[in-house]
Design a protein around this ligand. Sequence first.
Ligand code: FAD
Length: 504
Amino acid sequence: MQQPKALIVGSGLGGLSTALRLAHLGYQVQVLEKHHQAGGRLNQLKKDGFTWDVGPSFFSMSYEFDELFDSVGMKNPIDFHELDPLYTVNFAGKRGQYRVYKSLDNLAREFASIEPDFLKKLDTYLAKAKDLFHTTEYPIVKNNFDNPFQFFLQFTKVPIKYVPMLYRSMWDELNRHFKSEEVKIIFSLVAFFLGATPFNTPAVYSLLNYTELKHNGYWNVKGGMYQIVDVMMAELKKRNVDFSFLTEVTEVRSKNGQVVGLRDQHGKIWKADVYVVNSDAAAFRGQVLGRPQFSESRLDQKKWTLAPFTIYLGVNGKIDNLHHHNYFLGEHFKEYADDIFSRQTSPDRPYYYVNVLSKMNDTCAPQGCENLFILCPVPDLRYKSNWDDANALADNILEDLGKRVGFDIGGNILSKTVWTPKDWESKFNLYKGSGLGLAHDLNQIGWFRPKNQDEVFDNLYYVGASTTPGTGLPMVVVSSKLVTERIIKNHQHARTLQPDLQAV
Ligand SMILES: Cc1cc2nc3c(=O)[nH]c(=O)nc-3n(C[C@H](O)[C@H](O)[C@H](O)COP(=O)(O)OP(=O)(O)OC[C@H]3O[C@@H](n4cnc5c(N)ncnc54)[C@H](O)[C@@H]3O)c2cc1C
């Protein structure tokens, strides 16, 4: 039999993981990528002697990477590093600084003066979160659904006592367990990763606190997050996967309900037996396939995660008061959270996250220097499309940071690059610059999320943050597993490659 061919549009983590799984099955795999190098949002910037990870800086559920490598017949070769402390949270004014430890005894000591009986309260809070995580992980998160009934059937397996948690907010849930405003704010920060705020995120998502504090914790990679891409690229090349960079798919050619080719921006036609799109699953359907259900006005009505405003800074000198992962929060948490998604101007007192990779990896900055990655979540381009004030916002953040850590940052800058949501949109085709893709409201998950199999073309599939199950590095790896399972189920050529898959 002739070797079947798979074309993958995009080399984000979703595209690379799918390429690995399909190459292992026996497909001849070709990846087309718009950017000049692989990784998508998990990318790298090198400049002026510094190296930065441009997007993700840590992740949960590290075992999903083990599963990926295991499924393609190898041991996970990436040097993961477990975080403890997980991160540091700096409150504005006199409210102080807290280190959030994975070790719960250390965490209890940290919160001793603000939350009496912390461990007892945490135990009750996390017991529910644990139960929710384990009852939903396989039936709902790691499952392909062929129809809405299958989806609702899985939901009925969630114990009835948790139904009120669908209607209560995460903040209300935290209020039921903790008294300290600081503790509640710290535990509620995970809601922003989902594209919402703790005030409008259902309490069921408290399961994320279980993943960070009790379950698998947070991890990053020795040598920087881009090692994940480097290691995967080396393995894919060994397996003869081809890459074509600076190649953007702009049109899909079809016949009789099948895709017969993809056209790139230069007019070249690329052909395969199956096609997997790692570009945003909702935006691609609208912008490239022209589907009315995903027209710009329909896409604009969906709920999207916050857009990133990022600064990549090379600083002369060592900043002792910064740790590896740091959050800097301002005043008036609720007002800030209520306003941040839809305001039309840059925040005056921004909240931001700072990652200092040089604290753990001395090859990413010249000796005696620090490399800072600063991420400030801002509204997407639907709300704020003009970024002429980018430098003013960057200066505002750097001045605030300098004061809070007691270091003259402005006077010691050796390298500075600023990306606004417009850059994120144009570099990686992120819809209106939304950083994590579609949000995870209950009407945008499972059966209701853009599907990983196309509605019209039998041999067209999707992988990545805006299809099932959702966003974040481990979820995107799960997405590659789900789409591979679909391809095996639907195509005789996939099953013929490995006779033992006939039964799938
Ligand atoms: C600033 C930032 C910080 C983040 N931090 C974290 C974190 O700490 N932890 C975490 O777990 N997650 C984090 N995330 C989320 C995480 O990065 C994403 O969920 C994940 O990387 C998405 O991977 P993907 O494969 O779905 O898509 P992408 O990484 O977006 O890859 C898609 C690829 O497709 C290419 N492409 C798009 N359209 C076309 C086309 N038409 N033709 C050819 N190529 C195309 C793009 O250029 C891109 O390379 C962060 C995201 C951002 C933006």
